[in-house]
Design a binder for this molecule. Structure first.
Ligand code: CAA
Ligand code: FAD
Length: 385
């Protein structure tokens, strides 16, 4: 066992750290307040190769491993989780799903520009459309239908909470092709946002990750060519579950970054702020909070690396990804609440960043499977083993 990061990993970590400081930190408070999509930041991330980090270089990706992805996600999430959620969806849900299960034609046409994050010089990203008004955790209860019409499918229904919904060019849409078959009658399609019948609802006004782009998407008789189905008819639910396992590593590393960002700010502040004649870090109540933060963050990091290692070694990573996600997201929530406490009244105002990190942390316990769903997955896996 080797707990040492490679030279390449350290370089990627440093590049992501530099990027977060130089490109994400300026304006982060304003973008959050105004719900302003971080287009410029994402365009620059695309140029760095961070929107298709794990995609093979044959398809325009950076060809890196999952550990590199975790390191980059952590560094960017320390500063701006609205940027990192867009990055995470494009990398681990959209690009992964297409590379693992798409046809050669689908990869040439869609994966290459998505991995590069650009087409004709403009930002080009994807979104993953599973959730519906009545199908969130209970994801097999899909109401969106795709009716087989011979050479095409006719898509109808509503998806909600879709990250990148207003800005993505390509959607991976999960829909019911045969309701009588339950989850075995669910399929997955590549749909272009510009097609007739695709309607983008208003941007959600959220508690956290406010600059990210979350929308309801409606499909009204959208014609989807047969060649845009990914995998066999009926593969859609398995596709979603397999893809989400990798997505959960991305969100776990986002949560890890939010927690680490709050911890770093708290450590610095507690050494500078004096009360009762000494830095507050010298009061044991504060030092214990810092000790618990550091310990939980280290444990979360190791779980993220374990899940990445399993994925890179092509082992089953369903269990380790869910463990990383539930632990890192709960660490992020706990750490950010304590970070506000350590900052006292200053923690409650925007300039000190920790109140935003606290608001951003909450979503990591909800999306890509709530903490309850992760415990369902973990429970089933450990009993099965
Ligand atoms: N890999 C492969 N197949 C899997 C699987 C996996 N990880 N998990 C389940 N399956 C298969 C099962 O084997 C079963 O197939 P068979 O009948 O052929 O054996 C089928 O899928 C149905 O599985 P379950 O019976 O376990 O299904 P369930 O109804 O009990 O649901 C669940 C299980 C884990 C709760 C699942 O519905 C789930 O993960 N829900 C949460 C949905 C979610 O994470 N949504 C995220 C949306 S994307 C997002 O949120 C992005 C973002 O914010 C940025
Ligand atoms: P519900 O499933 O209704 O759950 C409500 C509560 O009940 C939760 O606490 C849940 O854990 C609990 N619960 C439900 N079932 C059980 C059970 N069996 N046992 C114990 N507890 C249970 N979805 C996408 O498809 N693509 C996206 O890009 C995307 N981005 C998102 C971005 C944001 C900002 C948000 C808020 C959501 C996003 N989602 C996305 C949707 C997200 O994945 C769902 O909100 C999530 O899966 C939970 O579903 P729900 O909201 O319907 O809650």
């Amino acid at each position: 066992m080797n707990f040492q990061l490679s030279e390449e990993h350290l370089m990627i970590q440093q590049a992501a750290r530099d990027f977060a400081q130089a490109e994400c930190l300026p304006g982060v408070i304003e973008r959050d307040e105004k719900m302003q999509f971080p287009r410029e930041q994402l365009e620059k991330l695309a140029d760095l190769g961070f929107l298709g980090m794990m995609v093979s270089t044959d398809y325009g990706g950076a060809g890196l491993d999952t550990v590199s992805y975790v390191l980059a996600m952590e560094e960017i999430s320390k500063v701006d989780a609205s940027v990192s959620v867009c990055m995470s969806v494009n990398n681990s849900l959209v690009c992964y799903g297409l590379e693992a299960y798409g046809t050669e034609e689908q990869k040439q046409k869609y994966l290459t520009p998505l991995a590069q994050g650009k087409k004709d010089g403009a930002l080009y990203t994807g979104a993953f459309l599973l959730s519906e008004p009545e199908a969130g955790s209970d994801a097999t209860s899909q109401r969106t239908t795709a009716e087989d019409k011979g050479d095409h499918y006719l898509l109808n229904g509503t998806k909600n909470w879709i990250t990148n919904g207003g800005t993505a060019s390509v959607y991976l849409v999960i829909a019911q092709t045969d309701p009588s078959k339950g989850h075995k009658g669910i399929s997955v399609f590549i749909v272009e946002k510009s097609w007739p019948g695709v309607v983008v609802g208003g941007k959600e006004n959220k508690l956290g990750i406010r600059a990210s782009d979350t929308h309801t998407i409606m499909f009204n008789d959208v014609k989807v060519p047969k060649e845009n189905r990914i995998g066999e008819d009926g593969f859609g639910f398995k596709f979603a579950m397999k893809t989400l396992a990798g997505g959960r590593i991305g969100i776990a590393s986002q949560a890890l970054g939010i927690a680490s960002g709050a911890y770093e700010l708290s450590l610095k502040y507690s050494k500078e702020r004096k009360a009762f004649g000494k830095p507050i870090s010298e009061h044991q109540a504060i030092a214990f909070k810092l000790a618990d933060m550091a310990t939980r963050i280290e444990a979360a990091k190791l779980l993220c690396f374990k899940a990445s290692f399993d994925k890179d070694q092509k082992r089953d990573y369903t269990l380790s990804a869910s463990m990383a996600k539930v632990f890192a997201s709960e660490t992020a929530m706990w750490t950010t609440v304590e970070a506000v406490q350590i900052h006292g009244g200053y923690g409650y105002v925007k300039e000190y960043h920790v109140e935003r990190l606290m608001r951003d942390a909450k979503i990591t316990q909800i999306y890509e499977g709530t903490s309850e769903v992760q415990r369902i997955v973990i429970g089933r896996e450990i009993i099965k083993q």
